[in-house]
Design a protein around this ligand. Sequence first.
Ligand code: GTP
Ligand code: ZN
Length: 204
Amino acid sequence: MTIKYIATSTLPTPWGVFDMHGFEDTETGKEHVALTFGQLDTNEPILGRIHSECLTGDALFSLRCDCGFQLQTAMQTIAELGQGFILYLRQEGRGIGLLNKIRAYQLQDQGANTVEANERLGFQADMRKYDMIKPMLEQIGVKKVRLMTNNPRKVIAMQDVGIEVAERVPLQVGKNRYNEDYLKTKSTQLGHMMSEHHFNDEQK
Ligand SMILES: Nc1nc2c(ncn2[C@@H]2O[C@H](COP(=O)(O)OP(=O)(O)OP(=O)(O)O)[C@@H](O)[C@H]2O)c(=O)[nH]1
Ligand SMILES: [Zn+2]
């Protein structure tokens, strides 16, 4: 894996003006993005999120998952705090790509859960890799993090590449009638940490 920093610009959003840093993985051709907000105090753990691309949730308003809600909440929380970062990683569909995710959704429409659908298509439940985060965080000057996630695998993945996770900050938002089963499967089969409160607290 070779991650090459390309350029930085501003990114005005409804929550404030972020800086957007572009990276290229010269091995795979994937284009990753880091957003930063404010002047990062690199001696302290920085609030941040490692977000995996979800075109349907992040851009097309899908209620099948919680991704778009998590992204928005993370950006808003960071902007309110005054500093933080988001790595937006181009590993759609937990690494199987958009078209295979649509195939998986088709199987889910027929009754499979998110894990079974991946397996029926010949994929592991989660094929994501996180080795690109180290050079990306190095470029933006982040050494210690307070990570917004419900996924303990992400915490381990960060520690594996030498980033200190000072705290895991839960990010339970966006539950609705279309993603309730999906969230339950993540909790029971993929080890995501979600409180019962989340399941009892319908938002949409
Ligand atoms: N294969 C597959 N991928 C999905 C499905 N639903 C969402 N995704 C992808 O899953 C990724 C997000 O992973 P999640 O497991 O929802 O959450 P996470 O990022 O591991 O954990 P959090 O940090 O708590 O959000 C994105 O890349 C989505 O495109 C699905 O049903 N099948
Ligand atoms: Zn999603």
